[in-house]
Design a protein around this ligand. Structure first.
Ligand code: BG6
Ligand code: MG
Length: 215
């Protein structure tokens, strides 16, 4: 029986996925990588900042050392933060606050399980924090999805065993992480039909069968 729900942040609760893409595209341009595409960006969905950087650098002839890679990741984050500067609750995806309130009223514990180190700041800016019992993010973990670490930390913070948690994700890496952590999964977002989740819907606000999903 499901008692807690762990939501990915980018692409599930908020529309930051486009801003990640714009920031990586800007960095790629500066590095002379013109072949960085939206298809490449799809492979960055859900994975950590450093793992995302590797996707960009695959298209570069130059070899970067660890120190240089850290500097490049920081640079991208600077561009991303510029885009986040004017963020407010309009970045929250359609119907998300209603769904969170509905689930909260039903007594479910709610958490975020996100690879992003910017998750706490985004949750504050968008007014989502009051809906959540716990947050597990890139600041709490060392392993990137598809490793289940970020979700296991979330479950632990909620005080629940993994099998009593549902993970909501928009990325393949995230669904694999949920499965690896022995958690039930709900896939949403533009690729919901191909994520391999236990349940799926186009968006959080389009889930019709919550009773079945949470049984
Ligand atoms: C995930 C995004 O939520 O967070 C990834 O889907 C991103 O694209 C990752 O790379 C890390 O985010 P941040 O904010 O710590 O750079
Ligand atoms: Mg996501």
């Amino acid at each position: 029986m499901i008692k807690g729900i762990i939501f990915d942040l980018d692409g599930v609760l908020v529309s930051t996925d486009e801003m990640h893409y714009q920031a990586w595209k800007r960095l790629a341009g500066e590095l002379g990588i013109t072949a960085f595409t939206r298809a490449d960006n799809e492979r960055q969905r859900g994975v950590s900042r450093m793992a995302s950087l590797e996707v960009v650098l695959e298209k570069s002839d130059k070899v970067y050392n660890e120190e240089e890679k850290i500097a490049l990741a920081e640079k991208k984050n600077g561009y991303y933060l510029e885009l986040l500067e004017h963020m407010d609750d309009s970045a929250v995806l359609e119907g998300v606050k209603n769904v969170l309130q509905f689930l909260k009223d039903k007594g479910y514990l709610l958490a975020v399980g996100s690879a992003s180190k910017n998750a706490p700041a985004i949750l504050e800016k968008t007014g989502l924090m009051p809906y959540l019992d716990k947050v597990s993010c890139g600041l709490d973990t060392t392993k990137s999805k598809p490793d289940p670490e970020v979700f296991l930390v979330a479950a632990k913070k909620l005080g629940l065993p993994p099998e009593e948690c549902l993970v909501v994700e928009d990325s393949k890496a995230g669904i694999e992480a949920a499965k690896a952590g022995l958690m039930r999964s709900l896939g949403v977002g533009p690729f919901y039909q191909t994520l391999g989740a236990d349940f799926c819907a186009e968006a959080l606000c389009k889930v019709q069968n919550w009773e079945e999903v949470l049984l």
